[in-house]
Design a protein around this ligand. Structure first.
Ligand code: AMP
Length: 193
């Protein structure tokens, strides 16, 4: 099973790239951000709890996130998934440790961690532009965008360190066209040991 983790700050293009990679390698895309937005739309108890954090640009507590992720993982495995792109998960070291355990229980493991890197100036520009079309409230406000990028840097960068320690991390330059970034990501997957 090919299981890939895609890292990247908000606006790095990871959602778009995740979709392209799923199509190319026959993988299932699990985006915890999308799952939260779905729960919020449906006004479930989980959605109502998560909304406050998303509105503030903060991470949802680990136990809520891990529970939601784990049930989605089980659901997709039961539906016949043959590999995954994990997008937006794990975002804390605790989530990374839990992911290792969740996968090990199912005799699966992470094959490659790809971290898309884009400068803060470019990220802010891209997100504010995306907000105009997507209507995502967390994309529309410059202060909130800066907070999400800071939150990413403080909480998620240590997660990259966790995977670097395990020899799984590859840094991918995220500026350039969608096709260029996709080619870089594909090469890193194809050359995974
Ligand atoms: P994203 O679409 O990945 O940018 O995520 C949007 C928001 O969902 C984040 O700003 C967090 O509030 C929340 N979120 C998504 N994934 C996670 C995660 N793994 N852990 C905690 N919060 C998350």
């Amino acid at each position: 099973m090919l299981n890939i983790i895609l890292f990247g700050p908000p606006g790095s293009g990871k959602g778009t790239q995740a979709q392209l990679l799923c199509d190319k390698y026959g993988l299932v895309h699990i985006s915890t951000g999308d799952l939260f937005r779905d729960e919020i739309r449906k006004e479930t108890a989980l959605g109502i709890r998560a909304k406050g954090y998303l509105d503030k640009g903060e991470l949802v507590p680990d136990e809520v996130t891990i529970g939601m992720f784990s049930s989605r993982l089980d659901h997709e495995i039961a539906a016949g998934a043959e590999g995954f792109i994990f997008d937006g998960f794990p975002r804390t070291v605790k989530q990374a440790e839990e992911l290792d355990q969740l996968l090990a229980k199912r005799t699966m493991k992470v094959k490659r961690v790809l971290s898309i890197v884009v400068s803060v100036g470019e990220l802010t520009k891209r997100i504010l532009l995306r907000g105009k079309d997507s209507g995502r409230s967390d994309d529309l406000n410059e202060e909130l965008v800066a907070k999400r990028i800071a939150e990413y840097n403080s909480k998620t960068t240590p997660v990259a360190g966790y995977y670097e320690m395990h020899g799984l991390l590859r840094i991918i330059e995220g500026e350039g066209s969608v096709e260029e970034v996709f080619r870089r990501l594909s090469e890193a997957i194809d050359h995974a040991a």
